[in-house]
Design a protein around this ligand. Structure first.
Ligand code: NAD
Length: 296
């Protein structure tokens, strides 16, 4: 089966590589061709536009930053829509707005194209290892047709409901994870300022009730002054904005998420938009006049 993959970024470079390594024939596209060098060297083909990719592949996957990028890839000049054929499947694995992907799915249906939203969790490490959690919304028959392809990228595939539901699950996850990320930064800055060794603090919390994903990353990120992405602050800000929009749509107040949004906004304003999301600690450290580091 010829698979198309659009968006060869921090996640897409690994996810597309997993598909290629599993033996599928792959056609790739990104705004920057050099992002795909590692794939082209291994035999992947280059598609000049999303339309070209859609014309040559029955299944096209995208992993793009934000809803407007997905709309651009589908509806822009030489977009996917111009190349779709009856019976094709489009899987958007970006963290996207549920309403955006639902609109695209309704439109695609009129052309006989099935759309699945299949956002992922597990970070770039999970993408590289093929251990992502994949939350899928959309038609179960379409999912059945592409399940083996998804299994090259993730061991845990969760059908969640209609198209859009994958992103609802993903946004709830990220809202919780990003709240942990912010409070974890505050806790470690407070602990360091008050004289506790951060390595000891992490060992304690790892086996205590405050354990969370961010804390687990700290040994390789904050402690080592390593804020390379990974998951960029700007994308986290996009996700919390999408979660808040969902809250407004369903009339659910999300006061903690509002504070997290402000925290991410402040981190971007301090110049760290393209750093990994652990960088929310940097403005706090500056204000408190303390660093949470342990290079060994
Ligand atoms: P990224 O910014 O590293 O990569 C996005 C890629 O899309 C880039 O290579 C960019 O050039 C390409 N792109 C953007 N617009 C395009 C267009 N119009 N046409 C073709 N290519 C285009 O982002 P990422 O970290 O790989 O994240 C991708 C998606 O996965 C996002 O929705 C993100 O929220 C989600 N996600 C990221 C992580 C993570 O740890 N990085 C984890 C889970 C989910």
């Amino acid at each position: 089966m010829e698979i198309g993959f659009i968006g060869i970024g921090q996640m897409g470079k690994h996810m597309s590589n997993r598909i290629l390594e599993a033996g599928y024939s792959l056609t790739v596209h990104d705004l920057h061709k050099e992002a795909a060098t590692h794939l082209l060297e291994k035999g992947a083909k280059w598609g000049n536009t999303p339309e070209d990719v859609a014309r040559s592949c029955r299944v096209v996957i995208s992993s793009l930053p934000a809803p407007q990028d997905v709309e651009q890839v589908v509806y822009g000049t030489n977009g996917l829509r111009s190349g779709w054929k009856d019976g094709d499947i489009y899987i958007d694995m970006s963290t996207n707005s549920p309403s955006t992907i639902r609109r695209i799915a309704e439109d695609a249906k009129t052309m006989g194209v099935a759309v699945l939203d299949a956002p992922v969790s597990g970070g770039t490490g999970g993408a590289e290892m093929g251990t992502l959690a994949i939350m899928v919304g959309g038609d179960s028959a379409a999912l059945e047709r592409v399940k083996k392809v998804l299994e090259t990228m993730g061991r845990k595939i969760f059908p969640v409901g209609d198209v859009g539901c994958g992103n609802i699950a993903k946004l709830v996850n990220n809202m919780i994870a990003l709240a942990c990320n912010s409070i974890c930064a505050e806790g470690f800055v407070l602990g360091a300022k008050a004289g506790i060794n951060p390595v000891v603090l992490r060992e304690i919390i790892k086996v205590s009730t405050g354990n969370n994903w961010s804390l687990q990353q700290y040994a390789n990120t904050v402690f080592k002054d390593n804020f390379e992405p990974g998951f960029k602050v700007s994308l986290a800000y996009k996700d919390i904005g999408l979660a808040l929009a969902l809250g407004r749509e369903y009339g659910v107040p999300l006061p903690v998420a509002t504070v997290v949004q402000q925290d991410l906004h402040d981190t971007m304003a301090a110049g760290f938009a393209d750093k990994g999301v652990d960088a929310v600690i940097l403005p706090l450290e500056n204000t408190a006049g303390v660093k949470v580091r342990s290079p060994e």
